[in-house]
Design a protein around this ligand. Sequence first.
Ligand SMILES: C[S@@+](CC[C@H](N)C(=O)[O-])C[C@H]1O[C@@H](n2cnc3c(N)ncnc32)[C@H](O)[C@@H]1O
Length: 362
Amino acid sequence: MNSTTLQPIFRTENRPTTAVQRFRQPADIFEALFQSIQGGETHARPTLDLTPDSPFLPFLEIGYALRACLEKPARHDYLLQRLRPHLSVMIGSLPASILPMGMLPKLAPLPGFRRLEDIGDDEIHDWLIQEGGLIYGEMQRFELENYFDAVKPFLPPGGVMVDLGSGLGKVVMTAALTLPFIRCVGVELLNYRHRLAQERLVRLLTLARQGLDALPERLTLDTPLKLPSGVMTTGQHLLELGARIAFIENDMFKVDVRGASLVFLYSTCFGPLMDAISNKLARELPEGALVSTTTYPIKHPAFRLLQTYAPGTLSWTSVMIYQRVGPQMAQPASEARYLHQPDIDAWEARVREELVAMTGGV
Ligand SMILES: C[S@@+](CC[C@H](N)C(=O)[O-])C[C@H]1O[C@@H](n2cnc3c(N)ncnc32)[C@H](O)[C@@H]1O
């Protein structure tokens, strides 16, 4: 299939939902399962309200203290000094919410907000983790429906789906419910996000079990089953859901994806990593495997662009679908050569460059 493929008509918002009260048929189980994995998609990055009763006041206070340092070149050294111990919980160079387009209001700080000197290291650490939760977007349910409609025509039946940077796990679980993948695997670096994904998975599987037990007609491994995507499969799909989903806590550059038929990358926050990711995927993926990215393209010659979806069509961000072309490379698979956590010197050099570009000096 090439890039002239007919494009599906995309949804632009979530359908209204009502909580599932009874499990009369498998479709009720699917609906309840989808509902159970929603939430976490804060990618719209609204500007936070600065009012004395805002629930984000503690977050805003620390954000303001960091941003005040960012705005004054004479304070850049101090900003780097305070961020340096926390690289393991930071993705990218500088916390996104303190950047000019970030979530902090442009207003002056409230009286009583502390300076960075008065804020402890533990508080900065926790703030960065909270920031990750606010910044990292997840596609909403209708966007994921659009996404799987878009990749479906290119995918052979079965196969293994991998989400590199799987966050709270919604994409992986949606994939496992929507299409007959043999296995869906999420790889997440940050422990707390991996933990949240696992908690969601436990909830999902408990609910699936309750739904299956409540069906008036028992589903067997061979019962024909229509998936939410319209694809026909068998009861095995739901009965063995748990065996088809896995979350791995690791750096994506340490995990071998040689068996994958679809690699999903919510790469909007992976700008500086794109070349390293493309090299890894070129080394490991077999011919024909699909890779999708958001915002950033893959520029490696081992990938052919199949489709581009402009922002606001499939999702709020642009989405590109690629296919691995050419024979598999002989090189060894992943080793820990490109860790997410940049070495401190590389991080510092990049931040200094960005600060100069933003404010005219360090
Ligand atoms: C934008 S979120 C996407 C979450 C999920 N894939 C989704 O689309 O809903 C990106 C995730 O990638 C994770 N991440 C960043 N660098 C990573 C790395 N080197 N290895 C694994 N995960 C990483 C972040 O912690 C974050 O949870």
